[in-house]
Design a protein around this ligand. Structure first.
Ligand SMILES: Nc1ncnc2c1ncn2[C@@H]1O[C@H](COP(=O)(O)OP(=O)(O)O)[C@@H](O)[C@H]1O
Ligand SMILES: [Mg+2]
Length: 369
């Protein structure tokens, strides 16, 4: 999978831009605030219709204008044109110039794995951030996953509303609650199984990537879920045991909406005991594992974006990470300092110099073996 051409119109600080990318590696460099992240953000929005920055769509549109457009030619066996238009009226998406009515039929066609400095949240934040992150990863691999997740969330709302109703109105039917609980378990088991399979796959790679980056063995992800190791009867028992508590709080305490993922370095929980550096390296190892899991499941690599990854890493870690890159993976790296990236495993690549939302210089480079 690769993106060959990107066209921007009124996107962030880009008024108009047409740029072609290198199939292997693109080094995007420029001063802080010049528009490097904006450029890779455009690729991400083209793929997923929304930003990885926690912002509303309106901020993506160039100030003082009311509409923006991103267009890209993407190659995977054959070439496809993707287009997204953002305006006050909302988003419109097109594939090969045909309107796609449902956004859900558009997303997940361009798989992207992205590292962004805010990703440190993945370990530090609440479980909900970690669930969201793996939900995005799994939905790229398993199409029904997102549908099941939506159904599950709807049912959860219904069950919580019914619990509240039951505690107010003592003679409400518990049969209806049983029906809701059974459905919740059915969808929950699907979600649980997919998360478990995904994390088993990630775990088959992550320790080795972490070791290649840091020289230290023993990183694993642990899946924390109330459904772990239980059959559906045992899960049903959990809901029964929790019923009086659920009624008191008007909330469902058991289920995959409470799941969490923990990063362990040997027996140390990195959220509690890891240094910032260890957490960052663990997330990088996770991203590289995610790429391999994708390739294992789909037969091809996603696009890789490393936004401002190298700024705070020492030279040895930078070299270790650069040595993990593969020419088969189209990679975008943004940096303020190209000299820091002198050790690259690529024979050819493209350097793109950004200033104030404009490409001021593009050059292809060949490196001798
Ligand atoms: N909607 C917008 N319209 C115009 N300029 C914007 C918009 N959103 C962000 N910018 C500008 O983009 C610049 C930041 O670009 P960014 O890609 O984050 O920089 P960096 O090169 O450091 O990654 C800032 O100068 C900011 O003012
Ligand atoms: Mg940036």
């Amino acid at each position: 999978m690769r993106i060959d051409v990107l066209k921007l119109y009124n996107f962030r600080n880009y008024n108009r831009l047409t740029i072609s990318f290198h199939p292997n590696l693109n080094l995007i460099y420029g001063k802080n605030g010049s528009g490097k992240t904006n450029l890779v953000e455009a690729i991400y929005v083209l793929a997923l219709t929304r930003s990885f920055r926690l912002v509303g769509d309106k901020t993506l549109i160039l100030d003082t204008t009311s509409m923006c457009k991103i267009e890209g030619t993407v190659f995977n066996t054959y070439s496809t044109n993707y287009q997204i238009l953002l305006s006050k009226e909302g988003k419109k998406v097109q594939i090969n110039h045909d309107k796609v009515a449902k956004i859900s039929d558009y997303v997940s066609k361009i798989p992207i794995v992205l590292f962004h400095p805010d990703d440190l949240r993945f370990i530090k934040d609440t479980p909900s951030t970690r669930r969201k992150t793996i939900n995005i990863s799994i939905s790229l691999l398993d199409l029904p996953y997102l549908r099941y997740l939506n159904l599950y969330n709807k049912l959860l709302k219904q069950r919580n509303a019914y619990l509240k109703q039951m505690s107010v109105n003592g003679n409400s039917s518990s049969d209806y609650l049983t029906i809701l609980t059974d459905k919740l378990i059915q969808y929950g088991c699907y979600i649980h199984k997919k998360r478990q399979e995904f994390l088993v796959k990630i775990n088959s790679y992550i320790s080795s990537f972490y070791e290649k980056i840091t020289g230290i063995k023993g990183l694993t992800l642990k899946y924390v879920s109330s459904y772990n190791d239980l059959n559906s009867d045992e899960i049903r028992n959990l809901y029964e045991k929790s019923l009086s508590k659920d009624l008191t709080f008007g909330k469902t305490a058991i289920g995959v909406h409470m799941d969490d993922i923990k990063f362990y370095l040997n027996d140390k929980d990195l959220k509690e005991y890891g240094s910032e550096g260890q957490q960052k390296n663990a997330i990088i190892a996770y991203k590289f594992s995610e790429i391999e899991v994708f390739k294992e499941c789909k037969g091809y690599y996603p696009i890789l974006i490393l936004d401002d990854l190298f700024s705070e890493l020492d030279e040895e870690k930078v070299q270790n990470i650069l040595s993990l890159l593969k020419t088969e993976i189209q990679t975008f790296i943004t940096t303020t300092d190209v000299d820091k990236l002198s050790f690259l495993p690529y024979l050819s690549y493209k350097q793109i110099h950004i200033q104030n939302g404009k490409v001021v210089e593009e050059s292809e480079h060949e490196r001798r073996k």
